[in-house]
Design a protein around this ligand. Structure first.
Ligand code: SF4
Length: 716
């Protein structure tokens, strides 16, 4: 029989009708639906009773109070606590989605050794970690000439911090290093003015009527954001806020006034404001004698005379009227606070900026006054066997000589702004150092670590949250475990305990629980302050707790301890650096150098300013996807600049370009926006090779705020 096209068409048509009428396709569709809904990796919503638990967020030092909605044992939603005495119901996007973090694809669940600059990771057993790293530590102990041991603490002030200092003390030249903390370092200008009992100052934002913020992102990451975020809703509208920033940040958007200054000119603006306040005698009237005494210092007189309003305005790129208005508002609306802070807006400020800005606090009478910078006590220190005696003092990374660290431990348990990899590398013994990070997420592993050891993540362990740097009084709270940690995750002290026998360390077995219990006992013993309970919103005097165990039970149910304030302390301002002539000599030299740089603008150069996108808003897998895909934040490899600067350099929106500094080159894609001050290119900090901080000049003081750069078009 001859088979022609007609036969073929008939066969295909008949087959189609036959298949539709047979049960086969419907059975296949049914089975596929059932399979795809039951694969083991499909998330299955938990079922069970709805219960509410309470805790504190441990993702940053602010320690916001949280109410956690759980289905069975699984947290499914977090929300703020309106009555919380420091966070006032605020939760940032990162805190709101903190319970997503255990599902992050960047979760570290087992110890790994990293090679090829972190591009390859080999899993290790706990025993291998103990013997490998214990052996390296033993060799270092036996041969101090090989370099020093150092440890960087992510969150100083915890009981664990004392254990780190004890560890560093066992090595000749060992260093316990504090992380960069703009608030601590800025307030440190007044260290010692309030006497030994009050070694620190905090910020009484609640009492301030005027706040002049030099880059402090009060609404999104500086200190405890909840303290300022509620201000717009308060009956009096909160303090008047002037935001001084080279970029229109979220805080600048919420401020009463935004002064878009050029990066690096902040100290000049502060001294220009000081000049007006001194000349028009707008300073606190109780300080007349002290300020008149300052006038006897020649460098002080010369410096203020060298920065008249017009000059300050010209160098900063703002109008003279803006300088005059700000200075007069500061004088008229006391209590007035001048705050300095590198947050999401840019890199850290240096000592000259700290001195210049804090002089405004001295002039306004803010030091030691309600609504200003107030003295506070430290957290009560605990007594624990093996952790007393002579311990190495805390130090900043800038005080550690370059090329001297042979073994570096980095506690990266709190996700915060990382130290540039280039800066870490500068401090290491070249090509021979070992870097170990304790981290729950890959993104936290600071610098280029050789080993990453997993630690419990937020909500997986009892974590101590000590006083935030900005708090006006000492506080203590705990983040409580709500979900199990991966089996291989251990607290850093427990990892160190495993290395100790091979390393030959004098290390009494320590667990995170032992340290937490000792801290709670120390707070209970001091009998001061009060405890706020999250569940019922009540406050009870610390002295009313019958035992440390009862206080511990309250902490684990959700509570925070607040120290009593230090109302009667009168700081001695003459102990501050402003009454030493060398301070003014130093500021004069720094300001002259900056004015000279600004007076030589270059047509083909811009200032490269790395800035941090809100990591906490992108750490959750869901929020990270949303923020990246919505374009809410700049992605790694994008560069923000003003349309006028782009026009000068013949660049346009979306164009590929190359940023070049003396340290290297970086390919970027141009994004144009009026929110950037002219002459500056803003590139987001990244954990990848596209990190702009690796292109920055990092000074001896470890500051890397802005670096001169060239921008070149690539796709012409
Ligand atoms: S990350 Fe910080 S600011 Fe955000 S909720 Fe947690 S503690 Fe508060």
């Amino acid at each position: 029989m001859k088979i022609d096209r007609r036969h073929l068409l008939k066969f295909m048509g008949g087959s189609a009708v036959g298949v539709v009428l047979s049960p086969l396709p419907w059975k296949v569709v049914d089975d596929v639906s059932i399979w795809t809904q039951n694969w083991s990796w499909i998330p299955v919503p938990v079922r069970g009773e709805t219960i509410f638990r309470h805790t504190s967020c441990a993702l940053c030092p602010a320690g916001c109070g949280l109410k956690v909605r759980c289905i069975g044992a699984q947290p499914i939603a977090l929300s703020g606590l309106t009555g919380h005495p420091t966070s006032h119901g605020f939760v940032c996007p990162g805190g709101l989605l903190g319970h997503h973090l255990p599902f992050s694809s960047r979760r570290v669940t087992q110890p790994v050794r990293l090679t090829k600059g972190g591009r390859e990771a080999a899993p290790l057993s706990t025993e291998q970690v103990a013997s490998d790293l214990g052996g390296v530590l033993a060799r270092l102990k036996a041969d101090p000439a090989a370099g020093r041991f150092a440890i960087i603490d992510a969150l100083p002030g915890r009981s664990t911090s004392l254990a780190y200092r004890r560890l560093a003390s066992q090595f000749p030249g060992g260093a316990y290093i504090l992380p960069p903390d703009g608030i601590r370092q800025s307030l440190g200008v007044f260290d010692g003015v309030a006497g030994d009992a009050y070694p620190e100052l905090g910020v009484d934002l609640d009492g301030a009527r005027t706040v002049v913020s030099f880059g402090a992102d009060l609404f999104e990451g500086w200190g405890t954001p909840g303290r300022f975020a509620r201000k717009p809703q308060s009956s009096d509208g909160g303090p008047r806020l002037t935001q001084i920033n080279p970029r229109y940040s979220n805080t600048a958007c919420m401020a009463d006034t935004w002064l878009p200054v050029r990066p690096g000119s902040e100290a000049i603006l502060a001294l220009g404001l000081a000049g007006v306040i001194v000349k028009e005698r707008l300073f606190n009237s109780g300080l007349s004698t002290l300020i008149d005494g300052l006038d006897e210092i020649p460098d002080f007189r010369d410096l203020l005379a060298a920065i008249p309003v017009t000059r300050a305005a010209e160098v900063c790129g703002i109008s003279p009227e803006a300088v005059m208005t700000t200075a007069r508002e500061m004088g008229a609306n006391a209590p007035c606070l001048a705050l300095l802070g590198a947050g999401y807006s840019g890199g850290p400020f240096g000592e000259d900026d700290r001195l210049a800005v804090n002089f405004l606090n001295l002039l306004s009478g803010a030091v030691g006054a309600p609504g200003g910078l107030v003295p506070r006590r430290s957290l009560p220190q605990m007594e624990i066997e093996g952790l007393t005696g002579d311990l190495v003092p805390p130090t900043d990374l800038s005080e550690v000589p370059d090329g001297s660290i042979a073994f570096l431990m980095i506690d990266a348990t709190v996700p915060r702004q990382a130290i540039p990899a280039a800066l870490i590398e500068r401090k290491l013994v070249k090509d021979k150092a070992v870097v170990v990070s304790f981290s729950a997420l890959e993104v936290q592993a600071i610098g280029r670590s050789h080993y990453v050891l997993p630690v419990p993540l937020y909500l997986e362990a009892l974590e101590e949250i000590p006083t935030s740097s900005d708090s006006p009084f000492a506080t203590l709270s705990y983040s409580v475990p709500l979900v199990p940690a991966p089996p291989a995750a251990s607290a850093p002290v427990e990892w160190i305990g495993r290395m100790a026998p091979t390393a030959g360390l004098d290390w009494a077995p320590l667990s995170a629980d032992t340290l937490n219990e000792a801290r709670i006992r120390a707070v209970w013993d001091c009998k001061r302050g009060s405890v706020y309970s999250y569940a019922d919103g009540t406050t009870k005097a610390n002295s009313e707790f019958a035992s440390a165990e009862e206080l511990g039970t309250a902490f684990k149910a959700g509570a925070c301890w607040l120290d009593s304030s230090a109302d009667s302390v009168k700081p001695d301002l003459t102990k501050s650096p402003y009454f030493k002539p060398e301070t003014w000599g130093r500021l004069k030299r720094a300001v002259n150098a900056r004015i000279e740089v600004r007076s030589k603008p270059s047509d083909d150069r811009v200032l490269l300013m790395p800035f941090t996108t809100a990591f906490l808003a992108t750490a959750s897998p869901l929020a990270g996807k949303l923020t990246h895909e919505s374009g809410l934040y700049l992605r790694p490899g994008e560069a923000l600049m003003s349309p006028s600067t782009a026009g000068r350099l013949a660049l346009r929106e979306g164009q590929k370009a190359e940023v070049e500094t003396s340290k290297g080159r970086l390919r970027v894609r141009i994004r144009l926006d009026e929110s950037a001050v002219p002459g500056t290119v803003f590139v987001p900090v990244s954990e990848t090779d596209a990190d702009p901080r690796n292109l920055c000049d990092i000074g001896e003081d470890c500051i890397w705020r802005a670096t001169p750069a060239k921008l070149r078009r690539l796709d012409v």
